[in-house]
Ligand binder design. Structure first.
Ligand code: SF4
Length: 362
């Protein structure tokens, strides 16, 4: 398949690995930000092919995994209401809240619809004028433009029965939080290529300069990742800390200006709680005051929901790259994809699920 097969070429992978081995003279800890990158790395065993002085750690870039338990519990409270049609991307249905998941609520009679685009929710809202349609708007900057577009379009059409439960998170503040955390070991980042396809990389330049950390915008195929690692290692070896773009076939410096304009028109930055990590200042989006009529948190009484993570789960440390799934005592025993305790085991992009599905065992 064009743009896939040529990025999985074994001979080229060996050349890149040889070049990494020649270049790397000292220990390096590199974090891949995105869960999709984590899956490629584990699926193709890239981390095991690297020279031992290069350690890859997995970052907080899976949107399902980092959605706060409290946000999930709020979503579940809405999904249980008889007057609500609750719409969500499919990967949120198995994510455990404090009392089960959306599948269980659906089995108990909740009207829960899986959508592939938030614009599908508008069709549901038009077809059900007597019901209240709520969309669970989660994700990074990648999903934000379409989610924003749904609110914009609802306002254009005067759809008064549509609202969104916003739990968006943004990447650069999370990277800064990781770099400032006590005991941080991350020396370089592989930036998430799809996020940068929307946002570009201008906002990463102050991060690279302030924390003196190389950031390489990187794609998702094995050769993308190996080339991104090589670029990061070259920077570390030569004392540079710049933003470089490995994913040039998809990303330009300014990103997608129209998508960025749509995000800025509908959303504004806010503090956001990340699952297992806590509140990171200015790391989320919320609806602007102008769009309050579409804000589910204002339209429904969701106060009084207090959530507690399962004690056994260390996904917060996994999401910060401080531990691997293999460090979790529950991994593969109490916690499996069939019986997940934490979101990093549920999501197809979660590090725990990647380790489990691709046979990493203690
Ligand atoms: S294996 Fe399960 S319990 Fe352990 S960190 Fe991962 S999701 Fe949490």
């Amino acid at each position: 398949m064009k743009y896939v097969d040529e990025f999985r070429d074994g001979a080229l992978a060996r050349k890149l690995l040889d070049e990494i081995r020649r270049t790397a003279t000292r220990p390096s800890v590199i974090m891949e930000v995105c869960g999709g990158q984590t899956h490629s790395i584990v699926k193709y065993g890239l981390d095991e092919l690297l020279p031992p002085q290069i350690e890859l750690v997995h970052g907080p870039g899976c949107p399902v995994c980092v959605t706060a338990l409290e946000s999930i519990d709020r979503a579940h409270a809405l999904a249980r209401r008889p007057d609500v049609i609750f719409c969500s991307f499919g990967d949120m249905l198995r994510v455990p809240g404090s009392e089960g998941d959306l599948f269980r609520i659906k089995a108990q009679g909740g009207d829960i619809r899986v959508v592939y685009s938030p614009l599908d929710c508008l069709k549901i809202a038009r077809a059900n004028p007597g019901r209240r349609v709520v969309f669970f708007a989660i994700g990074f900057e990648t999903t934000a433009p379409a989610n924003a577009m749904s609110v914009w379009q609802a306002r254009v059409e005067g759809l008064a029965n549509y609202s969104v439960l916003v739990s968006h998170v943004t990447v650069p503040p999370a990277m800064a939080a990781i770099l400032e955390s006590p005991g941080n070991r991350v020396q370089a980042f592989l930036g998430a290529g799809h996020v940068c396809a929307v946002m570009g990389w201008e906002e990463y330049e102050p991060l690279a300069a302030r924390y003196r950390v190389p950031i390489v915008v990187t794609g998702f195929e094995p050769l993308d990742l190996l080339e991104g690692i090589l670029m990061a290692v070259r920077q570390l070896e030569t004392g540079r800390y710049e933003v470089e773009n490995q994913y040039a076939r998809a990303v330009v410096r300014e990103g997608n200006p129209e998508a960025r304009r749509m995000i800025a028109r509908i959303f504004e930055p806010c503090d956001r709680a990340w699952r297992g990590i806590g509140v990171i200042p200015a790391s989320g989006y919320r609806l602007r005051e102008e769009f309050a009529a579409f804000d589910a948190t204002r339209l429904f009484d969701l106060g009084g929901i207090v959530s507690h993570e399962p004690e056994a789960c260390i996904s917060g440390l996994v999401l910060q790259g401080a531990r691997t799934p293999l460090d979790c005592p529950a991994f593969g025993t109490q916690c499996t994809p069939e019986t997940p305790l934490g979101a990093t085991m549920v999501s197809s992009e979660g590090a725990c699920a990647a380790y489990y599905n691709y046979g990493r065992r203690r």
